[in-house]
Design a protein around this ligand. Structure first.
Ligand code: NAD
Length: 379
């Protein structure tokens, strides 16, 4: 089946400038030129686990175009802690049951879903139905079907959808895309990417429970490696073959421990990924007809680092990737700037993830992939 884009005709203007999108109370801290009168968008974080607590909420203290306006939590004790720490009014605090009432809250423009993977689809769809723009964490869902349902719900509601793929907003990844686009190292012939960490924590955590996570290392870190091969070549793959390795079956009872996969791309380039919950790895390397570049680390919260065959070091000042990502998404909502990580990108990655699992189930069979050129690429 060919995977093609479905254009979202439901523009913000059709909804009257995005419903509540421009009505929030906190003013922009910066000069906005013609948009000076517009307000920061209010974001509600759904799920106050480690990513929201240690990355997103702190980043939202520094964002220029959005701010932490609300929270949605299933843990009542967190309500006061977060309200006190971030000055969140009681009327902007929801639980999973009364979440749909957020439709009536003009302070909240964007709902950011930061729950275990199996809950992404339900809350993204409920957020869209409430008329809120949606940021969905990776992986987008636990099946392609769920990703399609999220995209359709956002299209039907006329709200914008972005993925929590923070790397698309940070400068090292943008530099890689630039090298590929400008053919700085010629035509890319080979790309490899590793994204892995060693998991030794609670064996009952949701990430090791297939029903909640959808899968193990591949669902968690593997999507970064898949993505590196795509922006490292500038192409979507046309086939994949994969292998699974298990050395700690008592710990990884329900989910994949280590997976390797090989891709072919339309240009003839080949790619290789490794992802694991059993060891640490964090790199990407691309080799072209006239040189190479690498990032190591390539996918953590930064600062990243890189070098090229020219002897150059790739170096940028460090900024919070999450801050950059959320400002990029809100600029997309406010000013129709390009969506750097659209929902189709999350769906494309899930098509690839499912093909990898199918290849493994079929003893490493090569699975054909048929994406429209550029499908899922962000702006
Ligand atoms: P976490 O386990 O620290 O937090 C999960 C949150 O979900 C907790 O607040 C928990 O109370 C809540 N929850 C609700 N129902 C639950 C249930 N039935 N079981 C378990 N928890 C439940 O996880 P996290 O690290 O914050 O990850 C959340 C999401 O964010 C995941 O989808 C993950 O892939 C994604 N994530 C993305 C990045 C990134 O760099 N983009 C980094 C970390 C996590």
């Amino acid at each position: 089946m060919k995977i093609i884009s479905r254009r979202n005709f439901n523009s913000l203007t059709a909804k009257g400038l995005g419903g509540a999108a421009l009505l929030s109370s906190a003013p922009f801290a910066c000069a906005m030129g013609a948009n000076q009168d517009k307000k920061k968008l209010g974001i509600a974080l759904v799920g106050l686990g480690s990513y929201s607590t240690y990355q997103l909420a702190p980043a939202l203290q520094d964002t220029q175009y959005c701010y932490l306006a609300g929270i949605v939590t299933g843990t009542p004790e967190k309500e006061k802690i977060w309200a006190d720490k971030y000055g969140i009014p009681e009327k902007n605090i929801y639980n999973y049951q009364n979440f749909d009432d957020i439709a009536n809250n003009e302070d909240i423009d964007v709902v950011y879903v930061v729950l275990p993977n199996s809950m992404h689809a339900e809350f993204s769809i409920r957020a869209a139905k409430a008329g809120k723009h949606v940021i969905c964490e990776k992986p987008m869902g636990i099946s392609v079907e769920e990703c399609t349902a999220i995209i359709e719900a956002c299209n039907e509601a006329g709200v914008k959808l972005g993925m929590g793929y923070r790397l698309h907003s940070e400068p090292y990844t943008q530099q890689v895309k630039e090298y590929v686009k400008e053919k700085t190292f010629g035509d890319i012939l080979f790309v490899s990417a590793d994204a892995a960490y060693r998991s030794t924590g609670n064996p009952d955590q949701w990430r090791l429970n297939k029903e909640m996570s959808g899968g193990g290392a591949l669902m968690n870190m593997g999507v970064y490696a898949v993505q590196s091969t795509i922006y490292g070549t500038g192409e979507n793959p046309i086939s994949v073959a994969a292998q699974e390795f298990s050395t700690r079956p008592d710990y990884f009872k329900d989910t994949d421990e280590t997976i390797t996969a090989q891709f072919k791309f339309p240009s003839g380039a080949v790619g290789n990924i490794t992802t694991s919950h059993n060891f640490n790895a964090n790199a990407m390397y691309a080799s072209g007809t006239s040189g190479w570049f690498r990032l190591q680390p390539a996918n953590n919260y930064g600062p990243l680092s890189g070098e090229t065959s020219n002897g150059d070091t790739i170096k940028f000042p460090h900024e919070s990737q999450q801050k950059l990502q959320m400002d990029d998404f809100t600029r997309h909502v406010l000013f129709d700037e390009p969506n750097k990580a659209p929902g189709e990108m999350g769906k494309r990655d899930m098509v690839i993830v499912e093909a990898i699992y199918r290849s493994i189930a079929n003893g490493g069979e090569t699975i054909a992939l048929d994406f429209e050129p550029g499908y899922g690429f962000g702006g």
